[in-house]
Design a protein around this ligand. Structure first.
Ligand SMILES: Cc1cc2nc3c(=O)[nH]c(=O)nc-3n(C[C@H](O)[C@H](O)[C@H](O)COP(=O)(O)O)c2cc1C
Length: 189
């Protein structure tokens, strides 16, 4: 049983995808992990639409921004979507977004445990994804997730290889947590 923090720290957004398809049981395990995420009022607003039939996948690939062309090599692109009018906004707090974020992270961590490479993407044309997957107009497409097995980064173009090799950075703990009071004062000037 891998240590949970080790799984969390090993999750990374990598760029090189192998062409090998993902078996159905592997895909289902990823969604099973997402399904167990907590959500406001247990409303479970997340919906995952899998693009893998060649013509559907091609239509979703066509929505990727210029910087996300590497994701064309992933054998599966998943759209994570939710309806904001699903009762998930309370006093302006958009819980459906929080809920979907948690489901996404569950999926990403399960992918690490299965040796699957998963890369979340915000760079896509939302209307294009809706059209490709017959997603209704009121539903927001919050992210695409490129899924597949890892490939050798040597197969990437130079720019993408450089992005892939960048060290992963995080803010130090004191920049993101405080005890008893808000610790981050605006500077006077
Ligand atoms: C909501 C969301 C949108 C993202 N959009 C993109 C994207 O469009 N293209 C991309 O290459 N990476 C994208 N990423 C990946 C982030 O760049 C990445 O998570 C971040 O740099 C931290 O790196 P790590 O995931 O390897 O820890 C996105 C991640 C999230 C959570």
């Amino acid at each position: 049983m891998p240590d949970l923090l080790d799984v969390i720290a090993r999750r990374a957004s990598r760029y090189a995808f192998a062409a090998d398809p993902l078996p159905d049981d592997v895909l289902e395990t990823l969604f099973e992990a997402a399904r167990w995420a907590p959500s406001y009022g247990n409303r479970q607003p997340w919906r995952f639409v899998v693009a893998r039939a060649p013509h559907v996948l091609a239509a979703v690939q066509a929505t990727l921004t210029r910087g996300n062309q590497y994701a064309r090599r992933a054998p599966v692109l998943v759209a994570m979507a939710a309806d904001p009018n699903d009762g998930q906004i309370r006093e302006g707090r958009e819980y459906y977004l929080l809920d979907c974020g948690m489901a996404l992270e569950n999926l990403l961590l399960q992918a690490v445990a299965l040796g699957v490479q998963a890369h979340p993407l915000g760079g896509f044309d939302e209307d294009g994804v809706r059209a490709a997957l017959a997603i209704p107009a009121q539903v927001r497409v919050l992210a695409l997730i490129a899924l597949g097995y890892p490939a050798d980064p040597a197969t990437l173009d130079e720019d993408t290889r450089e992005r892939d090799a960048r060290p992963r950075r995080r803010k130090p703990p004191e920049e993101v947590r405080a005890f008893d009071t808000w610790a981050w004062r605006e500077s006077p000037d």
